[in-house]
Ligand binder design. Structure first.
Ligand code: ADP
Ligand code: NA
Length: 336
């Protein structure tokens, strides 16, 4: 089966946070050297919930700036915006007709995002995972670096690919995309949780006050957010087992481990027995050290939207060179 091809995307629906960085972008930087990579700003996903049009444009540039500032090289990887490549929308429709309602009903993220009043959610939010399948399959991507939170959607994409291949009697047409989640690159802590509630993921889609550390936060604000982060009165345990049942402690230790490249056990060997009064300032220093070079570069790039637009436009052309032949084949298969 063809080349090893990577697709991944981030929604321009809010500020880039530490979860997006550790769960996604930081991996993109490593992957670009090994694979044929396509990194997208998924603006079509963003509008599944209301976005102010001017803000949507700004946030699209913000995500592009984050990709570049973190070290994604637009000469190596294809960096583009989703709406600039028509195959995403066209394939999504076809795949909407392949996916089954029962499959989509099982997606837990819809329930989380739609909240109690699901009847008032957009239809787009409901079929969002099918658009995500189209994003991946439009490239015949073989590998998808996603955070733990997107694993269920990737499984749906695999099911849709298999059903398309089966229904149209083209057993090898779409490859089964594989997740690149945890451990693949010596990573730990693939899922970063909210600083205010260790059972909810850090997310730009429904942030509460001080729940997210944004890549553009200043040092002082980062320290304040970490100081205020929910924790518990116990000292840190000396072994990872002792983090069970302590989601906030586990999250903070996980962030430290992931950012420093150490294991949880190593972090606890250093901080075990100490309280959060010691651990939190150390964590704040580490976060500031790792993200301040990125935020500086993001600010510089965001002051040059014409440059970023040029990158995205060129990227969309390169991406279309990959998707157009695949889309043409899909249309022939379907009988268009
Ligand atoms: P958000 O939930 O913040 O809107 P997106 O849906 O745009 O994030 O996801 C962009 C990428 O960031 C995906 O690969 C996703 O898996 C990853 N990601 C998002 N939130 C987290 C998190 N809290 N921890 C780890 N990875 C995350
Ligand atoms: Na999301």
């Amino acid at each position: 089966q063809g080349p090893t091809r990577v697709f991944s995307g981030i929604q321009p629906s809010g500020g880039m946070h530490l979860g997006n960085y550790l769960g996604a972008i930081r991996k993109f930087v490593d992957l670009q050297h090994e694979y044929d990579c396509h990194f997208c700003v998924v603006n079509m996903h963003a509008i599944t919930v209301w976005q102010d049009p001017q803000k949507l444009l700004e946030q699209t540039m913000h995500i592009a700036a984050a990709y570049l500032a973190a070290g994604v090289d637009p000469e190596k990887a294809v960096v583009f915006h989703q709406s600039g490549v028509r195959a995403h929308a066209e394939l999504a429709w076809i795949l909407n007709c392949v996916a089954r309602i029962g499959w989509v009903n099982r997606m837990t993220q819809f329930k989380d995002k739609a909240g109690k009043d699901a009847e008032r959610a957009s239809v787009g939010l409901y079929t969002y995972p099918v658009l995500m399948a189209a994003d991946i399959l439009a490239y015949k991507a073989t590998h998808v670096p996603v955070g733990e939170d997107q694993k269920q959607h990737l499984e749906l994409a695999r099911d849709i690919a298999a059903k398309f291949n089966h229904d149209y009697e083209k057993p090898d047409f779409f490859p089964q995309p594989e997740p690149l989640i945890k451990g693949q690159f010596g990573e730990t802590g693939a899922r970063i949780m909210s600083l205010r509630d260790g059972t909810m993921k850090m997310s730009k889609s429904n942030p509460s006050e001080n729940s997210c550390i944004y890549l553009t936060d200043e040092a002082e604000l980062i320290a304040k957010k970490i100081k205020k982060a929910k924790s518990d009165p116990e000292p840190l345990p000396t072994e990872p087992d002792g983090l069970e049942g302590r989601p906030e402690a586990k999250n903070l230790v996980g962030i430290f481990a992931t950012l420093s490249g150490k294991s949880e056990a190593d972090v606890l060997a250093e901080f075990g027995g100490q309280g959060f009064g010691v651990f939190k300032p150390a964590l704040a220093d580490l976060v500031v050290e790792k993200i301040s070079p990125i935020s500086e570069e993001m600010r510089r790039l965001e002051n040059d939207p014409a440059y970023l637009q040029g990158i995205l436009r060129k990227g969309a052309e390169r991406a279309s060179e990959v998707t157009e032949p695949i889309l043409k084949e899909v249309k022939e298969i379907v009988g268009y």
